[in-house]
Design a protein. Sequence first.
Lengths: 315, 348, 512
Amino acid sequence: MTEIIDILISASFWAAVLRIASPLIFATLGELICERAGVLNLGIEGIMVFGAFAGWMAVYAGLGLWPGVLVALLAGMAFGALHALLTVPFGLSQHVVGLGITMLATSSAYYAYRLALPEVTSPPRIDPFQPLHIPGLSDIPWLGQALFSQTALTWAAFGCAALVALVLYRTPLGLAVRAAGENPQAVEAQGLSVAAIRMGAVIVGSGLMAVGGAFLTMSAFSSFFFEMVNGRGWICIALVVFGAWKPGKALLGALLFAGFDALQIRLQQTPMGQLVPYQVFLMIPYVLSILALILMSRRAEVPAALMTPFNRGER
Amino acid sequence: MRLDPIAAPSPARTLGLPALALGATVLVAMGLALIAGADPLATLGLIARGAAGSKFALLETLNRATPLIFTGLAISVAFRARLWNIGAEAQLYAGALVTVVIGTQLGLPGPLALPLMALGAVLAGALVLLGPVLLKTRLGVDEVVTTLLLNFIMALFISYLLEGPLKDPMGMGWPKSPALPRDARLPRIVEGLRLHWGFGLALLSALAVWVMQTRTTLGYEIRATGLNAEAARFAGIPVGRVLVKTALISGGLAALAGFSEVAGLKGNLTADLSPGFGYTGIVVAMLALLHPLGVVVSALFVAGVFVGADSMSRAAGVPTYIADILLATALLFMVLAILLTKVRVVRG
Amino acid sequence: MTETKEAQDVVLRLSGITKRFGALTANDAISFSLARGEVVALLGENGAGKTTLMNILFGHYTADEGTVEVFGQPLPPGLPGAALAAGVGMVHQHFTLADNMTVLENILLGTAPLWRPGLGRGGARQRVQQLSRDFGLAVHPDARVATLSVGERQRVEILKALYREARILILDEPTAVLTPQESDALFETLRKAVAQGLSVIFISHKLHEVTAVSSRVLVLRHGRLVGEVATAETDRHQLAELMVGAEITPPAPAEARPGATLLKLEKVSTPARGNRTGLRGIDLELKAGQILGLAGVSGNGQGALADLLSGLETPSAGTMELTGETVTSWSPRDALKARIGRIPEDRHTTGTIADFTLTENAVLERYAQPPIATSGWMDWSAARRAAEQVIETYDVRCPGPETRIRLLSGGNMQKLILGRVLEAQPMIILANQPVRGLDIGAVTYVQERLIAARDAGAAVLLISEDLDEVLTLSDVVRVICEGRLSPEFPRGSKTPAELGQWMAGQGFDDAA
């Protein structure tokens, strides 16, 4: 017990929570946007892989860090466009297409990686984002290290959450996106294009997923590894449910989740942690995700038209 | 744009479009080879030769197809009931695990051990899928995410066992299980040819699933549940029970892939027993349009792509991941092509 | 005078509109115009092409031929946004509201450029309240739509159009879901709208409404415009002839001879599910040889009662007796075993499986029993014979028993369901909206079959939102409102207006 308290009062723990949460926040917001418009995007896992690869590769090839993020964003949007094309106007099964996109994006990233670096044994490194020094705040004892020693990309993740909430609830665009996920007929009858709104949401959401992936290679680590996303995409889908499809709650969910993850990593190092097989600790995120789904199952406020394709003028 | 259903599609449409989808996939393959700086046509030739160009290649393809038939069947059975079992990977490992435990720990004679191993594997796989399905039917928890997450949990569990209780003391530190005794392994179909009875069992399973789906009330119930669960429930079909039965069959079939790989091919359990057979099963099932006999054909095709790409990669220097890209592309092209056999795209 | 008035005041002109769906011509070269401040009724039976025509006008469909002009400007086809911008508003028969959003959000949707920051809720709320007052459309702007009654939802739909300053209002079967009193209030709103210079197209298949509200009637039959008459110069008989080609003679069932009580509910309640009303301590008796009609505004517990009789719902309180025996275990299968025949409300989502063949659909309720199946094995030739029997006896028009049922018309689909139900010789028949959306031939067929089943001794529970239908067929009528049942009213003992008051909740003893 004292071990847990020791961890909780260490500044590095809280810094780690924010760091671990960042990719989850991006990707969860991305999935949330898709689902709010009525489209389940199971391409998330693969799009994160591709984002991780594309952002890293761009920097490795000589681009700057922010242009690298842009490359990841655009790559994610491209896969999103493919997903959107197949699931929105063609109305194909969102399950099958999403899994197909995950396979396609993952294998494309691996293929391109092998093509670019056929002979390497250890993955090359880039200079990743550095923690942003905020004059004043970063210098506060403990608090400065705990909360204000993050990279710009982490701040961008939090900014994104605020922006998504603002757009969803305070603008005509957000109203249209939410309505498309609740009742596409209502959107059509008010003269808007359901297809355009849904496709836009999937494309933008997929871009955010890719940025979440890019965070891994450009901020958290500095190399691209196979299987580095490791189910984070699926966890984000659970986080959307856990957050009841609301950006604020999803953000809290991601932080809570990151907290458990940071805790288990540190517990592994303690004498108590040595007694338990490390695989048990590694299972915790996945088990937590399932528990979150079970917990929320009774009061999930699913968008009413989630996974319901819309075909204009269907009789 | 708008989709208009076609009442009676022409044979040219129903056959031509899927053929077009495969053709488009071949074009993608050539494009990928070009990007890699290889000769597109030569690359295709190398893949084909690597898959079926020799007796060795053919046997390799059949061996690779065996677990894919099982996982493809597992997924086609589940998807028919609109049960999204994406956890065939976990069920496969559960089956492999039980196979190894029964085969190495109980010391039974071969004729007794093999059926018991298969049965134990089926039960284990069925149980692994039972959890997510009960969560779905009782609490409405989406099974896609739970089955996906179980894959990761199962992988870690296997990793723990292989480094702990199940570790082979003679394994020189490698995380692998002890090997099955000789007589607890599936025999070869023809002596001297590297093809085991797991393949025969896979064919039999496909036939059994086909009969089940077309001739039994359970098959009718599964199809009704998948096509319209609300109408099925109204008509008195116990939808929850049907889903549970579907899950047991699906999980069991996926577990047989693990059984067959361990007892027929590898002889022991390692953490890399399956290079994603559970996920590839989705492609196999979809390319077969969920038809159990079609699964056999599509598993052979998919296995051929993998085996062929492996061998081509060694010769032409195109990364083996080309196979995964092609299968994902084929999947997406195919679902689109199948849709377009039934609807027409119109303006307005 | 009329000619010059038309020339000046035409707000809408449809010219030569033709629309085909496959082999079916839904609209065949239809032309008409609408003047300022005029209510035109578009009359026709189900399937005559009224809704298709209005969907073309509004841009949901694109016509194969013909043009639409609004205020002299041609309307680009296939764009609801263009129709809205030109001043056309449409109140769809199936409301197009997002249930989990507020009234205000539903009204605001699509009214501002998408990229504008801010929703401007405050000003919008005031405008909505003003419109509510001006047109007599009381509804709270911040209420969630899911909590509203059907009548209130319709008001939201009208407000949506008025908020966008629609000059032409299309209402598709607006009274189908209302009580007679609510219909009167709607007509009052329309009068106010017309007084302010709006023009209205009122779609209906009910003659008495058409004569009450319109100044001109257009009659559609089989997709063709077969008549255009001034309301003052016509009568119901003439309109009926135009509409169906013959005078409508509703079935007139002979005096019922009620027998034993087959089903008895005492103080039965069922839980509310989501936004759906449950039953609140109802007593109900269904007697052999009698049709009991259940009238009521939709969403007042009809669904719960239908689910209860279907076996999908079990009572949370009270007792249910079948032929004198208390029911303990209850499921759809038990209901079938107890010989309850069920005609569900929605034949597409509940009654049939669209991608199953007629054969597979015909045996849906007895697939596990001999001769269709023995010990788990299907006998498909027996199933096919059963399907052929139903097709033959109930005049199901289809290419054959191996056709997928999605290719059938609604009427033929309903005949298959009817056949499936009646072939099992049910003791009790639950008929939930059995003729909704059917053309007149199919309506008469289904109704006559139900009367015949009654005469053969079955107890029939007829649930319908169409008060006329209930009054035509029922030997006794009861009204459902907020999960409670009115007393039994024998045939002819209450006028529609009196029943309408019950439908609105007046007369119920809340203490009980």
